[in-house]
Design a protein around this ligand. Structure first.
Ligand code: MRU
Length: 386
């Protein structure tokens, strides 16, 4: 099956697909500096919680590796303390690129821990540098394996749950929110990984995905992924989810997450909470699919999750390809930006939070790479999936 990926590496070279140009143009850009990684994450050229963690970690690994192999010995490699003083501000800088996704901080913390351990044990600077490179690359590699594991855990759980409630467990219809596929991760996807797994074992009928306005991660990005895999899929406008549930058999909702906190409240793309409320009303299982790197046990409940608010302009326009579209000499399609609310119209403001928080009570199950957590007496038993 032809998958779409967000990041590709070859030796020390790191490239990302520019997601701002998708779906019409597939352009790979090289990320060869920390600043380019920061800018790519901030400007949403790459987005999705695990993917931004992976790119941040890879960019640090690549920065160090390039210095080690260049033959020139930069000052920061003169001692372990100089090295640490050089790397830590880079980690702090990358951390600020996006606000809500826990994975970014978790990936950078893994590097920070390896760095601190090396300095503490007085290891030679080159040894610490090599360990840090290894840790940075591991973030990306591990994410892919975890997604496959979550796909299977979540998919098998849904089949059993449907059977328990009297269904056949065959011909399943799932709905997802935003893009939680290959493009949002190091590959395979979290929520879209569950859908892909069910398709692979021939138990999927259809995947429904919502447009995910105003940024259109659904219609611009998720739309591409099932098509590339030949998975039958249907796009739903955000305002039509209730109607979909009223008129179609939906067996489960699967969503990714940017943060799952101590009481299991979960932040994900705006529109997730709406879908969860409607799923509860229609008694449809609502599953959060997130690797343990998305879990933040230091935040007590959803009120402590920092929610990124995006610039008003993004909610005033729709970005897409210009039709009729003819590629230019370089094979690129013209991009169109259509104002749905012209600038001269000035309401008091534009409400544009990028994420919302779904309370734990509306979540049926949380799937990590280690298993599926469900509620016992109304409380999530997450300990054995951490
Ligand atoms: O603002 P984005 O596009 O980075 O938001 C992404 C999402 O909300 C995803 O659904 C989430 O990160 C889970 S990704 C596997």
């Amino acid at each position: 099956m032809a998958t779409i990926s967000s990041i590709r590496t070859s030796g020390n070279r790191v490239e990302i697909i520019d997601q701002l140009l998708l779906p019409r143009t597939q352009e790979w850009i090289e990320i060869d500096t920390i600043e380019k990684a920061y800018e790519a994450i901030k400007s949403m050229k790459i987005r999705g919680a695990p993917a931004i963690g992976s790119l941040a970690a890879l960019s640090v690994a690549s920065h160090i590796s390039a210095s080690l192999t260049q033959g020139l010995r930069p000052d920061f490699l003169s001692s372990s303390l100089e090295f640490s003083d050089h790397i830590k501000p880079l980690l702090d800088h990358l951390f600020l690129a996006r606000l809500t996704a826990v994975n970014l901080g978790a990936a950078l913390d893994q590097i920070r821990n390896v760095l601190d351990a090396g300095v503490e044990s007085n290891s030679p600077v080159e040894e610490i540098a090599r360990e840090v490179i290894k840790a940075g690359r591991a973030v990306h590699e591990i994410d892919l394996g975890q997604n496959r594991a979550m796909g299977k855990w979540g998919g098998d759980w849904i089949v059993e749950a449907v059977k328990k409630s009297g269904g056949s467990g065959e011909e399943l219809n799932l709905m997802t929110v935003c893009n939680a596929g290959s493009l949002a991760t190091s590959g395979y996807g979290t929520a879209l990984g569950v859908i892909t797994y069910l398709f692979e074992i021939r138990k999927l009928n259809k995947a429904y995905f919502i447009q995910s306005r105003p940024y259109h991660q659904g219609s611009r990005l998720t739309a591409l992924e099932p098509m590339a895999l030949d998975i039958p899929s249907v796009m739903v406008c955000d305002s039509m989810v209730g109607s979909l549930f009223q008129h179609h058999k939906i067996d489960a909702i699967v969503v990714g997450a940017d943060s799952v906190v101590k009481n299991r409240d979960t932040a994900n793309k705006i529109g997730t909470y709406n879908a969860a409320v409607l799923a509860a009303r229609h008694k449809i299982p609502f599953l959060v699919i997130a690797p343990t790197s998305t879990i933040d046990l230091n935040t007590v409940d959803g009120s402590g999750i920092p929610v990124e608010h995006r610039p008003p302009i993004e909610a005033r326009l729709v970005r897409g390809a210009l039709y009729p579209a003819t590629p230019d000499a370089n094979g690129k399609y013209p991009q169109a930006t259509v104002m749905v609310m012209p600038l001269e119209m000035k309401p008091e403001g534009v409400y544009n939070p990028s994420f919302d928080v779904t309370p734990a009570e509306l979540i049926t199950a949380i799937v990590t790479e280690k298993g599926v957590a469900v509620k016992e007496n109304g409380v999530f038993d997450l300990e054995n999936v951490l």
